[in-house]
Design a protein around this ligand. Sequence first.
Ligand code: ATP
Ligand code: MG
Length: 567
Amino acid sequence: MDHAQENRSSKEKKSVDFIRTIVAEDIKKQKNNGEVVTRFPPEPNGYLHIGHAKSICLNFGIAQEFNGTCHLRFDDTNPTKEEVQYVESIKEDVLWLGFNWADKEFYASDYFERLCQFAVQLIKIGKAYVDSSTPEEIRASRGTLTEPGQNSPYRDRPIKENLELFEQMRKGDMDEGQCVLRAKIDLASSNINMRDPVIYRILKAHHHRTKDQWCIYPMYDFTHGLSDSIEGITHSLCTLEFENHRPLYDWFLEALQVPCHPQQIEFARLNLTYTVMSKRKLLELVRHGHVSGWDDPRMPTISGLRRRGYPPEAIREFCDRIGIAKVENLIDISLLEFCVREDLNKHANRVMVVLDPLKLVITNYPVNQTEDLEAINNPEDESAGTRLIPFGRELYIERSDFMEDPPKKFFRLAPGKEVRLRYAYFITCEKVIKNDQGGILEVHCRYDPASKGGQSPDGRKVKGTLHWVAGQSAVTCEVRLYDRLFFKENPDSPKDETDYKAYLNPDSLKVEKAAFAEPCLASAKVGDRLQFERLGYFCVDPDSNKDKRVVNRTVALKDSWAKMKKI
Ligand code: ATP
Ligand code: MG
């Protein structure tokens, strides 16, 4: 499928949500000359997570569907928390997800001079003042949800004095916390955001882009709407917590002479079961060593999911399926895993790997003989072809696939039982070799040469089919098996007073240090995604080197498959 076709078919599939409806109507009315400009505005204070993917798919998706553009804008107004490494990771993640901002890469910090001029404009029209109250006094006088705030004694400073003081703030003549610039709105407003919000503060900090040029920094609410306007954004899509910031967003744009007045529209953020989604908490997990880094495969970060083996197509499909709504909810992580399986089932080649090897000797197979058997790479994709896998007298099977004294419905290998070795032969177990302590060392079997390829020679049936690896040519690898990072469905529930870290799953990582894989794994490259037959989907980890293969389990083969099919 070429790209245009792919676009079209995904467009057809997409349900029309309320934001797309608004955008389509605006185009019909020729609002903004029928143009659509959106933006994805991350703050570079952490790595992107799957929640951001929802926002990315929405903003870039709408731009694509309506022939518009989507800007990537870094909201970098807080120098104390932001870093260049975050900017780089964000760009990498957006590209990997399959979106491209072309030359529309912007930084709020590039607007610092213009934002400062806007602040001066506000002072000049009597709508902003320098408040010399202490931070505590300002906080105390803002009131509560039920009580109005109190005017600051500095609220009626003359315009001229405000201009001079603001200039002194800018020049660095004042200390941090000595004063702030506030918008003059209404301390009695029922909306706390409108109670003379701070728009500039003194911060003698080094900024990753503007270096030491500034010692005053604009606040988020002031910066955001004006940056949108400077860039000619038509639809400014943000999450629900900004709903009661919208009056302030509009107030700045109405008070000032601005290039345009974008429309802010809010949608529900993505919450996912068994994980946390705030960057602050994810940073804490990294800093405290609960995970190996931002890209630990257990993290809900884009880089973590990538390393774990989630294909970008699956993440986009997930974002499509959850849709866009105005009510917060908690999405079952199984839906994301379902999308991942659905994609990998189509695209991942199958190989055989034994996680916990048990030696199996075929006693009637000639010593020193080997042969190559044909195996299908992907039954879902004929074009993936076949490969040859070596077979010989000494093999390995999964320890859990053998039981000396099995219960009734055990259809795998047991003394006297016959099973199929996938793509190879029927074998029957005839002997178990044990050590002095009774531990099983080897199992001995006979094979039926007439069952080559795993085909029954005479119509007799076997119930079990096992995966296996030939001893001589096996490639050793380390396999990392992941479980949910938290054992509680909603570790981050606002109603719960326990610290979310108390719900970390102590068994979220299990490592099999010496698994055996068929030879083709030796040439697999970092990032390659494979299905290990019967075990799940796996991805080659960057910790691999020429002496050691490391693979991550992306997802097991089945979960609540049937349940999810209904979605
Ligand atoms: P967090 O609360 O996780 O720290 P944030 O909102 O502070 O995230 P930003 O970098 O400001 O992170 O987010 C960039 C954009 O992504 C914003 O438009 C924000 O609304 C959106 N976004 C962040 N988290 C989610 C989420 N869970 N679901 C949907 N959109 C999100
Ligand atoms: Mg934010």
